[in-house]
Design a binder for this molecule. Structure first.
Ligand code: FAD
Length: 458
């Protein structure tokens, strides 16, 4: 509950028209793309870094939790205000401040939508590669806070690889600038990288400078259907390890994912298919045609039942619609799902998938596996209908899967962040000493613990 005089102080400083305490607004900001829910006491929509800074210094003075929010597409509860307080909606700060084509950089406010930025730089034949499935909605601020990955990670890496400099409002309201607008800089500790992936727990980004690349001339896409997972995984090894191709994307979908999406998109997937690979390559016209035809041969050598090469942009879109629709189409099977984003060393993918399917049978919970398989990344979606017994089994199954993932050298989250949905599992991966160091660092920046409390650490 925020006292009337604090409410007035906030209105005086950021403008009454930017402060919302009505229930309709608060409900709209009580959830993200998980099904977690918690009402904030207040919503503030700043327009400037000064608005952000005063809001945070007032919150700091009165010990009020602050939960930064982009588009709320996060999949780990990051933007859910689990301790109440103020949701700081950054979507109004959505200017592309400067595209510097010669320097290969772009500077933006945090509320710019990922795809809008990509489209804008593409007009100058420049390329911002990180491409989450949520790119049409997610914001650059949210991407930086989660170190978002996505479809092009195989060749181009993740958000971290593109963040050059940040303007950050710290939990006491002060403003710092980290990094440089140069493509390289190693002066002192790398504070910029430290803040990337900090999940809104250390400060609020108000300005972000990103690295750009020249836009590839052409993208080629091929889909390949397989009778079983082994054939699909053998194909990924043939492409990457034996033939030394570096695709832009190398995506995988298992039988449960395929069956869920069948009939949901325009792609006609043959019956009897238990694994699908979707591969993008980019480069110049000639190299793309050449690479696609060689990859098609590799798919066939590894017993692909059928391959489809996209001949037009519309055909590419149809193939990608299938991949992008997997997650929502799983709700056709059951009303609830828990979204895991594990990553294991590539050589362990087979082992981990085998174990996941065994555990899925033991706990009678259906699991769909899909993801950026070229990097050893797998989205494991546990699908179930609401109910206490199911919730308990899901929790046990997740714990068991994550334990096994960590024991073979994998990670419990490779792009969605810990948030509050995975905070209880962080001790599986990080030692008590590492967690202590992280908590000390958090305390140094945020001694009162107002920035997105309840996230990352239990
Ligand atoms: C259909 C779908 C597909 C997805 N595909 C992918 C994918 O391929 N790869 C992937 O990595 N993720 C994916 N996601 C997850 C999600 O889209 C990303 O995590 C995205 O980066 C979140 O951006 P957002 O603007 O919605 O942030 P929000 O959900 O609003 O917030 C996410 C976190 O960032 C913090 N935050 C937001 N803005 C700021 C700021 N300016 N300063 C400091 N902290 C801030 C919040 O406090 C919160 O902790 C997907 C989600 C959906 C629903």
């Amino acid at each position: 509950m925020i006292q009337a005089r604090v409410f007035e102080e906030l209105c005086d400083n950021v403008g009454r028209e930017n402060v919302f305490d009505n229930i309709e607004e608060r409900v709209c900001y009580s959830f993200d793309a998980t099904k977690e829910k918690h009402l904030p006491d207040l919503v503030i929509r700043p327009h400037t870094k000064e608005h952000v800074s005063t809001t945070i210094s007032i919150a700091n003075k009165y010990n009020i939790p602050i939960c930064p929010r982009g588009a709320g597409t996060g999949l780990s509860g990051g933007a859910v205000p689990v301790k109440g307080g103020i949701v700081l909606d950054l979507k109004n700060m959505d200017k592309i401040i400067e595209i510097n084509a010669k320097d290969l950089t772009v500077t933006v406010e945090p509320g710019v939508v990922t795809k809008d930025l990509q489209d804008e730089v593409a007009r100058l034949r420049l390329f911002y590669p990180p491409e989450p499935g949520s790119a049409e909605f997610s914001t650059i601020g949210g991407n930086v806070a989660e170190c978002t990955g996505g479809m092009t990670g195989m060749k181009y890496g993740v958000t971290r690889n593109y963040v050059l400099a940040l303007e950050i409002v710290l939990p006491d309201g002060s403003i710092i600038n980290t990094g440089r607008k140069t493509l390289r800089s190693v002066a002192g500790y790398d504070l910029t990288r430290f803040f990337v992936g900090s999940e809104g727990t250390l400060g609020v980004f108000t300005r972000i400078t990103l690295k750009l690349l020249p836009l590839p001339e052409k993208i080629g896409t091929i889909t390949s259907y397989f009778k079983n997972i082994d054939d699909a995984l053998n194909t990924t090894d043939s492409i990457l390890i034996k033939s030394h191709f570096l695709p832009r994307s190398l995506e995988f979908v298992d039988k449960t994912g395929i069956d869920a999406v069948r009939g949901f998109t325009k792609e006609e997937i043959p019956e009897g298919v238990e694994a699908l690979l979707l591969i993008d390559v980019d480069g110049n016209e000639k190299s793309v045609v050449n690479d696609i035809s060689k990859i098609e041969v590799l798919c066939k050598e590894n017993k692909a039942l059928k391959t489809l090469v996209a001949k037009t942009d519309d055909e590419r879109k149809i193939l990608w619609d299938t991949r992008r629709s997997i997650s929502p189409s799983l709700f056709r099977i059951a009303s609830m799902k828990f979204n895991d984003d594990i990553c294991v060393p590539r050589s362990k993918v087979r082992e981990v998938l085998k174990r996941v399917y065994e555990l899925s049978k033991t706990y009678s919970i259906q699991v769909a596996a899909f993801g950026h398989i070229g990097e050893g990344h797998i989205h494991l979606n546990l699908i179930y209908d609401e109910g206490k017994a199911a919730d308990l089994s899901v929790h046990k199954l997740i714990s068991q899967i994550l334990k096994e993932v960590v024991s073979i050298g994998g990670t419990i989250t490779s792009e969605h962040g810990v948030g509050d949905t995975k905070s209880e599992f962080i001790g599986l991966e990080l030692s008590p000493h590492e967690i202590e160091i992280m908590k000390e660092l958090k305390k140094m920046f945020d001694p009162k613990g107002i920035m997105n409390p309840g996230k990352i650490f239990v």
